[in-house]
Design a protein around this ligand. Structure first.
Ligand code: SAM
Length: 278
Protein backbone atom coordinates (compact mmCIF):
# COMPACT_ATOMS: atom_id res chain seq x y z
CA UNK A 1 0.00 0.00 0.00
CA UNK A 2 1.41 3.44 -0.89
CA UNK A 3 2.08 5.87 2.00
CA UNK A 4 -0.91 8.12 1.28
CA UNK A 5 -3.40 5.24 1.09
CA UNK A 6 -1.91 3.82 4.28
CA UNK A 7 -2.33 7.15 6.04
CA UNK A 8 -5.89 7.53 4.79
CA UNK A 9 -6.71 4.02 6.04
CA UNK A 10 -5.25 4.87 9.47
CA UNK A 11 -7.33 8.02 9.66
CA UNK A 12 -10.45 6.06 8.67
CA UNK A 13 -9.69 3.37 11.27
CA UNK A 14 -9.26 5.91 14.07
CA UNK A 15 -12.29 7.93 12.96
CA UNK A 16 -14.33 4.71 13.22
CA UNK A 17 -12.80 3.74 16.58
CA UNK A 18 -13.06 7.21 18.11
CA UNK A 19 -16.51 6.83 19.68
CA UNK A 20 -15.39 3.76 21.63
CA UNK A 21 -11.74 4.57 22.20
CA UNK A 22 -12.46 5.82 25.72
CA UNK A 23 -14.44 2.74 26.68
CA UNK A 24 -13.50 1.66 30.25
CA UNK A 25 -12.04 -1.58 28.84
CA UNK A 26 -9.28 0.48 27.19
CA UNK A 27 -8.41 2.44 30.33
CA UNK A 28 -4.75 1.39 30.07
CA UNK A 29 -4.37 4.34 27.68
CA UNK A 30 -5.29 6.68 30.54
CA UNK A 31 -2.88 4.95 32.97
CA UNK A 32 -0.08 5.08 30.40
CA UNK A 33 -0.78 8.74 29.57
CA UNK A 34 -0.55 9.65 33.23
CA UNK A 35 2.81 7.88 33.49
CA UNK A 36 4.16 9.59 30.37
CA UNK A 37 3.02 13.04 31.54
CA UNK A 38 4.53 12.36 34.98
CA UNK A 39 7.91 11.44 33.49
CA UNK A 40 8.02 14.70 31.52
CA UNK A 41 8.76 16.37 34.90
CA UNK A 42 6.78 19.48 34.07
CA UNK A 43 7.37 22.63 36.13
CA UNK A 44 3.93 24.02 35.32
CA UNK A 45 4.52 26.81 32.82
CA UNK A 46 5.66 24.90 29.72
CA UNK A 47 4.26 24.91 26.18
CA UNK A 48 3.81 21.23 25.37
CA UNK A 49 3.17 19.60 21.99
CA UNK A 50 1.24 16.31 22.08
CA UNK A 51 1.66 14.52 18.75
CA UNK A 52 -0.83 11.87 17.60
CA UNK A 53 -2.88 12.99 20.59
CA UNK A 54 -5.91 10.85 19.72
CA UNK A 55 -8.72 11.50 22.21
CA UNK A 56 -6.34 13.57 24.31
CA UNK A 57 -5.25 11.19 27.09
CA UNK A 58 -1.69 12.59 27.20
CA UNK A 59 -2.77 16.17 26.42
CA UNK A 60 -5.18 16.19 29.33
CA UNK A 61 -2.69 14.55 31.70
CA UNK A 62 -0.18 17.29 30.80
CA UNK A 63 -2.73 20.13 30.90
CA UNK A 64 -3.74 19.10 34.42
CA UNK A 65 -0.09 19.48 35.48
CA UNK A 66 0.31 22.91 33.88
CA UNK A 67 -1.00 25.76 36.00
CA UNK A 68 0.42 28.36 33.64
CA UNK A 69 1.34 26.39 30.53
CA UNK A 70 -0.39 25.32 27.34
CA UNK A 71 -0.82 22.03 25.48
CA UNK A 72 -1.18 21.82 21.71
CA UNK A 73 -2.50 18.44 20.55
CA UNK A 74 -2.37 17.31 16.94
CA UNK A 75 -3.81 14.26 15.22
CA UNK A 76 -4.82 13.00 11.77
CA UNK A 77 -8.27 11.91 12.88
CA UNK A 78 -10.97 14.54 13.32
CA UNK A 79 -13.11 11.89 15.08
CA UNK A 80 -10.47 11.38 17.77
CA UNK A 81 -10.00 15.15 18.13
CA UNK A 82 -13.73 15.71 18.67
CA UNK A 83 -13.59 13.36 21.65
CA UNK A 84 -10.50 15.17 22.96
CA UNK A 85 -12.19 18.57 22.75
CA UNK A 86 -15.31 17.23 24.48
CA UNK A 87 -13.26 15.78 27.35
CA UNK A 88 -11.29 19.02 27.80
CA UNK A 89 -14.55 20.97 27.94
CA UNK A 90 -16.13 18.50 30.40
CA UNK A 91 -13.10 18.91 32.69
CA UNK A 92 -13.22 22.68 32.24
CA UNK A 93 -9.61 22.77 31.07
CA UNK A 94 -8.89 25.99 29.20
CA UNK A 95 -5.17 25.55 28.60
CA UNK A 96 -5.12 23.33 25.54
CA UNK A 97 -6.08 23.31 21.87
CA UNK A 98 -6.43 20.54 19.31
CA UNK A 99 -5.60 20.65 15.61
CA UNK A 100 -6.18 18.23 12.76
CA UNK A 101 -2.62 18.04 11.41
CA UNK A 102 -0.37 15.34 10.03
CA UNK A 103 2.81 14.75 12.05
CA UNK A 104 4.79 14.45 8.84
CA UNK A 105 3.86 17.91 7.58
CA UNK A 106 3.27 19.81 10.83
CA UNK A 107 5.07 23.11 11.17
CA UNK A 108 4.59 25.20 14.29
CA UNK A 109 8.08 26.69 13.90
CA UNK A 110 11.46 25.51 15.18
CA UNK A 111 11.82 25.47 18.98
CA UNK A 112 8.15 26.48 19.38
CA UNK A 113 7.63 24.20 22.40
CA UNK A 114 9.35 23.50 25.72
CA UNK A 115 8.59 19.81 25.42
CA UNK A 116 6.77 17.25 23.28
CA UNK A 117 5.17 13.84 23.82
CA UNK A 118 3.78 11.17 21.58
CA UNK A 119 1.79 8.35 23.18
CA UNK A 120 1.55 5.16 21.09
CA UNK A 121 1.99 7.11 17.86
CA UNK A 122 5.55 6.96 16.55
CA UNK A 123 5.32 3.32 15.45
CA UNK A 124 2.53 4.19 12.98
CA UNK A 125 4.91 6.35 10.95
CA UNK A 126 6.67 4.60 8.04
CA UNK A 127 9.90 6.45 8.91
CA UNK A 128 10.05 6.56 12.72
CA UNK A 129 13.36 8.39 12.74
CA UNK A 130 12.08 11.17 10.50
CA UNK A 131 8.98 11.40 12.70
CA UNK A 132 10.95 11.76 15.93
CA UNK A 133 13.25 14.32 14.29
CA UNK A 134 10.22 16.35 13.22
CA UNK A 135 8.92 16.26 16.79
CA UNK A 136 12.34 17.18 18.21
CA UNK A 137 12.75 20.09 15.79
CA UNK A 138 9.72 21.72 17.43
CA UNK A 139 11.29 21.52 20.90
CA UNK A 140 13.75 24.10 22.25
CA UNK A 141 17.24 22.89 23.19
CA UNK A 142 17.12 21.23 26.61
CA UNK A 143 13.41 20.42 26.29
CA UNK A 144 11.98 16.96 27.04
CA UNK A 145 10.78 14.59 24.34
CA UNK A 146 8.72 11.63 25.57
CA UNK A 147 7.17 8.66 23.79
CA UNK A 148 5.36 5.47 24.77
CA UNK A 149 4.83 2.09 23.13
CA UNK A 150 3.86 -1.47 24.08
CA UNK A 151 6.28 -4.28 24.91
CA UNK A 152 6.23 -7.49 22.89
CA UNK A 153 3.96 -9.45 25.24
CA UNK A 154 1.15 -6.91 25.29
CA UNK A 155 -2.28 -8.50 25.86
CA UNK A 156 -0.81 -12.00 25.76
CA UNK A 157 -2.07 -14.69 25.80
CA UNK A 158 -5.43 -13.17 24.85
CA UNK A 159 -4.18 -11.53 21.65
CA UNK A 160 -2.57 -14.76 20.38
CA UNK A 161 -5.81 -16.64 21.02
CA UNK A 162 -7.61 -13.99 18.96
CA UNK A 163 -5.07 -14.02 16.12
CA UNK A 164 -4.87 -17.83 15.96
CA UNK A 165 -8.64 -18.14 15.77
CA UNK A 166 -9.31 -15.40 13.23
CA UNK A 167 -6.64 -16.87 10.95
CA UNK A 168 -8.74 -20.04 10.74
CA UNK A 169 -11.33 -17.86 8.92
CA UNK A 170 -8.76 -17.03 6.24
CA UNK A 171 -8.07 -13.54 7.60
CA UNK A 172 -4.49 -12.49 6.96
CA UNK A 173 -2.65 -10.75 9.78
CA UNK A 174 -0.69 -7.73 8.57
CA UNK A 175 2.59 -6.80 10.27
CA UNK A 176 1.71 -5.29 13.66
CA UNK A 177 3.01 -1.72 13.66
CA UNK A 178 3.64 -1.52 17.42
CA UNK A 179 6.15 -4.41 17.18
CA UNK A 180 8.56 -1.93 15.56
CA UNK A 181 9.14 -0.29 18.94
CA UNK A 182 8.47 -3.07 21.41
CA UNK A 183 11.62 -3.12 23.55
CA UNK A 184 13.96 -0.72 25.32
CA UNK A 185 16.93 -1.17 22.89
CA UNK A 186 14.65 -0.12 20.00
CA UNK A 187 13.64 3.00 21.96
CA UNK A 188 17.26 3.84 22.72
CA UNK A 189 18.38 3.27 19.10
CA UNK A 190 15.65 5.57 17.82
CA UNK A 191 16.53 8.37 20.24
CA UNK A 192 20.25 7.99 19.49
CA UNK A 193 19.64 8.18 15.73
CA UNK A 194 17.84 11.50 16.28
CA UNK A 195 20.56 12.98 18.50
CA UNK A 196 18.31 13.12 21.57
CA UNK A 197 20.25 12.67 24.81
CA UNK A 198 19.84 11.73 28.47
CA UNK A 199 17.25 9.14 27.57
CA UNK A 200 15.57 7.21 30.36
CA UNK A 201 13.33 4.28 29.52
CA UNK A 202 10.95 2.69 32.02
CA UNK A 203 8.67 -0.32 31.73
CA UNK A 204 5.32 0.19 33.43
CA UNK A 205 2.55 -2.36 33.92
CA UNK A 206 -0.71 -0.63 32.95
CA UNK A 207 -2.78 -3.83 32.89
CA UNK A 208 -5.72 -4.96 35.02
CA UNK A 209 -8.35 -7.67 35.34
CA UNK A 210 -11.20 -7.46 32.87
CA UNK A 211 -14.58 -8.12 34.47
CA UNK A 212 -15.81 -10.31 31.61
CA UNK A 213 -15.31 -11.45 28.03
CA UNK A 214 -17.46 -8.49 26.96
CA UNK A 215 -14.73 -6.10 28.10
CA UNK A 216 -12.21 -8.04 25.98
CA UNK A 217 -14.63 -7.78 23.07
CA UNK A 218 -14.78 -3.98 23.58
CA UNK A 219 -10.99 -3.90 23.28
CA UNK A 220 -11.10 -5.86 20.02
CA UNK A 221 -13.97 -3.78 18.66
CA UNK A 222 -12.54 -0.36 19.46
CA UNK A 223 -8.89 -0.96 18.55
CA UNK A 224 -6.87 -1.90 15.48
CA UNK A 225 -8.20 -5.49 15.80
CA UNK A 226 -11.54 -4.17 14.50
CA UNK A 227 -10.09 -4.08 10.98
CA UNK A 228 -9.65 -7.88 11.16
CA UNK A 229 -13.13 -8.51 12.57
CA UNK A 230 -14.62 -6.37 9.79
CA UNK A 231 -13.41 -8.96 7.27
CA UNK A 232 -15.85 -11.59 8.64
CA UNK A 233 -19.44 -11.96 7.40
CA UNK A 234 -22.21 -11.44 9.95
CA UNK A 235 -22.61 -15.22 10.37
CA UNK A 236 -18.86 -15.76 10.72
CA UNK A 237 -18.62 -12.94 13.23
CA UNK A 238 -21.35 -14.48 15.40
CA UNK A 239 -19.64 -17.90 15.30
CA UNK A 240 -16.24 -16.34 15.95
CA UNK A 241 -17.52 -14.42 18.96
CA UNK A 242 -19.11 -17.54 20.47
CA UNK A 243 -15.98 -19.71 20.07
CA UNK A 244 -13.61 -16.96 21.15
CA UNK A 245 -15.76 -16.25 24.23
CA UNK A 246 -15.33 -19.87 25.36
CA UNK A 247 -11.54 -19.84 25.06
CA UNK A 248 -11.17 -16.45 26.79
CA UNK A 249 -13.60 -17.30 29.62
CA UNK A 250 -11.50 -20.43 30.26
CA UNK A 251 -8.77 -18.05 31.45
CA UNK A 252 -10.93 -16.26 34.02
CA UNK A 253 -9.98 -16.47 37.68
CA UNK A 254 -11.85 -15.17 40.75
CA UNK A 255 -10.42 -11.75 39.95
CA UNK A 256 -11.45 -11.75 36.30
CA UNK A 257 -9.44 -12.07 33.08
CA UNK A 258 -5.92 -10.66 33.34
CA UNK A 259 -5.07 -8.11 30.67
CA UNK A 260 -1.31 -7.67 30.52
CA UNK A 261 -0.34 -4.26 29.18
CA UNK A 262 3.32 -3.58 29.71
CA UNK A 263 4.20 -0.14 28.44
CA UNK A 264 7.58 1.39 27.65
CA UNK A 265 8.02 5.07 28.33
CA UNK A 266 11.11 6.98 27.22
CA UNK A 267 11.97 10.59 27.86
CA UNK A 268 15.09 12.26 26.50
CA UNK A 269 16.28 15.83 26.08
CA UNK A 270 17.22 17.82 23.04
CA UNK A 271 20.89 18.73 23.62
CA UNK A 272 21.40 22.26 25.02
CA UNK A 273 23.92 23.11 22.34
CA UNK A 274 21.76 21.59 19.67
CA UNK A 275 22.26 22.61 16.09
CA UNK A 276 18.96 23.16 14.25
CA UNK A 277 17.54 19.69 13.51
CA UNK A 278 16.74 18.94 9.89
C1 SAM B 1 -3.16 4.51 19.44
S1 SAM B 1 -3.66 6.19 19.18
C2 SAM B 1 -2.86 7.01 20.52
C3 SAM B 1 -3.64 8.22 20.99
C4 SAM B 1 -3.07 8.91 22.22
N1 SAM B 1 -1.76 9.48 21.98
C5 SAM B 1 -3.04 7.99 23.43
O1 SAM B 1 -1.95 7.81 24.01
O2 SAM B 1 -4.10 7.47 23.80
C6 SAM B 1 -2.67 6.63 17.78
C7 SAM B 1 -3.06 7.98 17.17
O3 SAM B 1 -2.07 8.32 16.20
C8 SAM B 1 -2.70 9.10 15.21
N2 SAM B 1 -1.81 9.19 14.05
C9 SAM B 1 -1.32 8.18 13.30
N3 SAM B 1 -0.56 8.66 12.30
C10 SAM B 1 -0.53 10.02 12.44
C11 SAM B 1 0.09 11.08 11.73
N4 SAM B 1 0.83 10.85 10.63
N5 SAM B 1 -0.11 12.35 12.15
C12 SAM B 1 -0.88 12.60 13.24
N6 SAM B 1 -1.51 11.63 13.95
C13 SAM B 1 -1.33 10.35 13.56
C14 SAM B 1 -3.99 8.35 14.97
O4 SAM B 1 -4.95 9.13 14.30
C15 SAM B 1 -4.38 7.99 16.42
O5 SAM B 1 -5.26 8.95 16.98
Amino acid sequence: MDPNSRKYKLKETFDAASAGYDTPALRFFVHAADQLAGRMQLAGDERILDVACGTGAVSLACAERLGAGWVTGIDLSEGMLEQARAKAAARQLGNLSFHCTDLESMDFGADAFDGACCGFGVFFLPDMEAALRTIARHVRPGGAIGISSFTGAVMEPLSSAFVDRIQTYGVEIPPLSWKRLDDAPKHRALYAACGIEAVETHAVQAGYHLASFDEWWDILWFSGFRGLLNQLSAAELAQFRQDHRAEIEDRATDQGIWLDVEVLISVGRRPEAAPALK
